[in-house]
Design a protein around this ligand. Structure first.
Ligand SMILES: C[S@@+](CC[C@H](N)C(=O)[O-])C[C@H]1O[C@@H](n2cnc3c(N)ncnc32)[C@H](O)[C@@H]1O
Length: 216
């Protein structure tokens, strides 16, 4: 059960978990075709930046249909969570079809059922603008990340261009109905969480998505 948040600098759009879950349950069968290739350059770049070694403990938040799962080197330890059971079922099918080694759980990113400091890398690909409260999710990601580990966030953030930025904020209460907020403000989000990115890189074409790394 999630609480609808009032508008903030992070985003003006409100949404609840139950609604997001319904959207992703509905689109699970077409997700890979609709959002696979177009968002793949960002996923590949994230994996290159992450460069997980043997034994690296990775938590993937919002694992979806498991499009990233095939990209991890065999020897790292991958755990994936998602709120939508239908998306997760697709990920489970992929794991068995491709003989991958990953633990998958249905879980809310805002309430991670893992102990503090459990993972070396906590990775959120295209998830932060989907969840009801991005700030709580970022804080949860930070809590479960071990000291010396990294948070990696791949996401569309509000543009720095004033006109586009105003348009994204205006449209966000509408885009939320198709599964994402168009106006999540990167500086407000990371600033409110008290986290300072060590790198920010633009990815995909057009370069409207960012790959943000934070070191704990
Ligand atoms: C845009 S998809 C991204 C899927 C995948 N990471 C990718 O690279 O394509 C967003 C995913 O986040 C999941 N999600 C949304 N809200 C969530 C929450 N509160 N906790 C966990 N997963 C959530 C959705 O079910 C969906 O699978």
């Amino acid at each position: 059960m999630s609480v609808m948040k009032p508008p903030s600098e992070v985003s003006v759009a409100g949404v609840e978990n139950a609604f997001v879950e319904r959207v992703y349950d509905k689109i699970s069968s077409v997700y890979d075709v609709a959002f696979g290739p177009i968002l793949q350059p960002g996923r590949l770049r994230a994996m290159a930046v992450m460069a997980p070694g043997p034994g690296t403990r990775v938590l993937e938040v919002g694992v979806g249909t498991g499009l990233n799962l095939s990209l991890y080197p065999k020897a790292c330890q991958v755990t994936g969570i998602d709120f939508s059971q239908r998306m997760l079922s697709r990920a489970e099918e992929r794991v068995s079809r491709e003989g991958l080694d990953a633990r998958l759980f249905q879980m809310d990113a805002a309430d991670l059922r893992f102990s503090d400091n459990s993972f070396d890398v906590v990775y959120a690909p295209y998830v932060i603008s989907v969840v009801p409260d991005p700030l709580i999710v970022l804080k949860e990601m930070h809590r479960v990340c071990a000291g010396g580990g990294r948070l990696i966030v791949l996401n569309h953030f509000r543009s720095e261009w004033p006109v586009l930025s105003r348009l994204e904020r205006w449209l966000s209460p509408l885009t939320v109905h198709v599964g994402f907020k168009s106006d999540v403000d990167r500086d407000a989000l990371f600033g409110d969480a008290g986290l300072w990115p060590s790198s920010v890189e633009r990815v995909n074409r057009p370069r409207m998505w960012s790959l943000v790394t934070v070191r704990k």
